[in-house]
Design a protein. Structure first.
Length: 225
């Protein structure tokens, strides 16, 4: 590192630390809800990832966005608070914007791969949160067939990401594999024990048909003679 940049870096880091400290005391004095922390983190990390800031450490923002999504999703899973959905939605929107920027660049950089992973994690968390809030705890609480919805939706999304990105966008293919793994795990371990009769047969058949369709999508095409 150039010795002329060390003082400016040190001053910037010290200034950032004091700004964080000021924000902490402002938060405490205003008695703001704890869930709002996740909203601020998602907005800050997602915006930084979309703007590729800071330029010196481009992987920092998407890594923080992934951590924020995981934290908010785990918090929602434990306490089922709807106030945790906004930070997940913000992470999804800003992560999507960051993904659009990567479409113009190569994916050999760690930052670009992390952006895709952050978007995938946010998409999974948002779909889970909305499903629980509006179906499980909402208007479809007594509709047992609702349990098939995330399985089929996640598998469909996973196959779409995997087929579209496995050649040109490996990170998108990795996101697809993650969705596929979650969907198959839910189908094998949850749906088979929480669905019965025709519903269990339908969801397993749907999973099987989607996998066969996916196999055709990734199979190498034969050239004509």
């Amino acid at each position: 590192m150039d010795t002329t940049t060390r003082p400016s870096t040190a001053l910037a880091m010290a200034g950032g630390a004091f700004l964080i400290l000021a924000g902490f005391f402002l938060w405490r004095d205003l008695s703001l809800p704890r869930e709002l922390v996740m909203t601020v983190l998602a907005l800050a990390a997602g915006t930084a990832a979309a703007l590729r800031w800071p330029g010196r450490w481009p992987a920092l923002a998407p890594a923080l966005l992934i951590a924020t999504v995981v934290g908010a999703a785990a918090w929602f899973t434990l306490q089922k608070q709807p106030t945790l959905l906004p930070p997940l939605l913000i992470a999804l929107v800003t992560g999507g914007a960051a993904v659009l920027r990567t479409l113009h660049d190569g994916e050999d950089r760690l930052a670009d791969r992390l952006v895709w992973y952050a978007f995938g994690a946010a998409l999974l968390a948002v779909t889970w949160g909305l499903y629980f809030n509006f179906f499980t705890a909402g208007f479809a609480a007594d509709w047992v067939a609702r349990r098939m919805i995330p399985t089929v939706a996640w598998l469909g999304l996973g196959l779409a990401f995997f087929i579209a990105g496995r050649n040109r966008r490996p990170a998108a293919g990795h996101v697809g594999l993650g969705f596929i793994a979650v969907a198959l795990g839910k189908a094998a371990f949850y749906d088979t024990s929480h669905l019965h009769g025709n519903l269990r047969i339908v969801v397993l058949a749907a999973v099987g048909l989607l996998l066969v369709f996916g196999a055709r999508g990734v199979a190498p095409r034969k050239e004509g003679v």
